[in-house]
Design a protein around this ligand. Structure first.
Ligand SMILES: [Zn+2]
Ligand SMILES: [Zn+2]
Length: 368
């Protein structure tokens, strides 16, 4: 009760003051005050939202941020699934080849052909397994998080660190990657400076392995396909049987399994050979020109821009076709083609991925 006794006079005083002010507002002060309040609120909002780096790209990025977030998270989680799928499919093909194809080759082929299949098949398998393991387990390389003297070309807006040349931010790994090519869900890893060679070698040897399997299994595939196609349910077979009274072809469980496995191996390896072969050729073209997948897009854009101004674009990291391949595989002498390209090798790539030599004069127009 005492509380209300103290509060009542205060409320009355405020009410009287408000009534005294009312006529002044009526004379136009109210609109002026409201205007002042409105402009002050706008200024406050602008100062809170002001960003000197704000552009249409930033606004679009912000609008699409939830979509990027979803895609990035799905790719991150699906990476584990994709890696398991690669291991599972490759293992199934290898098991079928060991269980069905190899015994048939050994029992029916001449000795030189058996030796060829044994040597080539095992060499190809070792190369695929080694390069896939190294590509998934090798860190692609990241720029240092602490301040140093490494030359940089820009600042990463996500990591807030200087970006050395050829470095790009991977939104799936949420880190900057040295000489970034792309994020590969089939490896569940980024392809960058330290594992680019492993990735390309895996693609190359996997394609070669798939071509080898589909070519080697071609005759078996034709036999298995015709055996499965001429099934007792086929009306033409029933008609033939009734006319000639020939018994329908009967296959044992082992033979039926053999036919299905051969068809599975041939269809899978042929499809992968075509798809992965295309990807390998694309990457081979990029390596020949001394570019990564990211740089290809940037360089194309830059060369179009410069062409409109009558200038020619030159890639500063293109050291010549042969030299690009030598640098990529780390070949310093002829014997390295055998030891570093045709055999499993864990040598590190040329350079640290932070500093890059320019192949052209710095006065030339280039894109970084
Ligand atoms: Zn970054
Ligand atoms: Zn990544």
């Amino acid at each position: 009760m005492g509380h209300w006794r103290r509060l009542f006079p205060t409320i009355m005083r405020l009410l009287l003051r408000w009534l005294r002010l009312c006529p002044r507002w009526a004379r136009g002060h109210r609109s002026a005050q409201l205007q002042e309040l409105w402009s002050y609120s706008r200024l406050l909002l602008k100062s809170l939202c002001f960003n000197s780096l704000c552009s249409s790209d930033v606004v679009l990025d912000s609008v699409f941020e939830p979509v990027y977030w979803l895609v990035d998270h799905f790719t991150r989680w699906f990476g584990v699934l994709f890696v398991s799928l690669v291991i599972l499919l490759t293992s199934s093909v290898v098991l079928i080849v060991y269980y069905y194809v190899l015994p048939m080759i050994i029992s029916s082929y001449p000795t030189p052909w058996i030796a060829w299949h044994l040597c080539y098949g095992h060499w190809n398998l070792v190369m695929v397994v080694f390069h896939y393991y190294k590509a998934t387990r090798t860190d692609p390389g990241h720029p240092p998080l602490i301040k140093n003297d490494t030359p940089s070309v820009s600042i990463c807006k996500k990591c807030i660190i200087p970006k050395p040349p050829r470095t790009h931010h991977c939104s799936i790994c949420n880190r900057c990657v040295l000489k970034m090519d792309h994020h590969c869900p089939w490896l569940n890893n980024c392809v960058g400076h330290f594992n680019h060679r492993y990735f390309f070698s895996f693609c190359l040897f996997m394609t070669m392995g798939c071509i080898y399997c589909s070519v080697s299994c071609w005759n078996m595939f034709v036999g298995a396909y015709s055996a499965i196609e001429v099934s007792p349910c086929d009306p033409s077979v029933i008609l033939l049987k009734s006319y000639y009274q020939t018994p329908e072809p009967s296959f044992s469980f082992h033979e039926r399994m053999f036919h299905k496995c051969i068809i599975y191996v041939w269809v899978l390896t042929s499809s992968v050979a075509v798809a992965l072969g295309g990807l390998t050729l694309w990457h081979a073209a990029l390596i020949t020109h001394g570019e990564t997948s990211v740089e290809r897009h940037i360089n194309r854009k830059e060369s179009r821009r410069l062409k409109d101004r009558g200038k020619i674009f030159q890639n500063p990291y293109n050291y010549g076709r042969m030299q690009n391949w030598k640098l990529f595989f780390g070949v310093e002498k002829c014997s390295h083609w055998l030891t570093r390209f045709l055999l499993p090798s864990a040598h590190t790539p040329y350079g640290d991925g932070l500093v890059w030599e320019w192949s052209v004069n710095r006065s030339y127009p280039t894109a970084i």
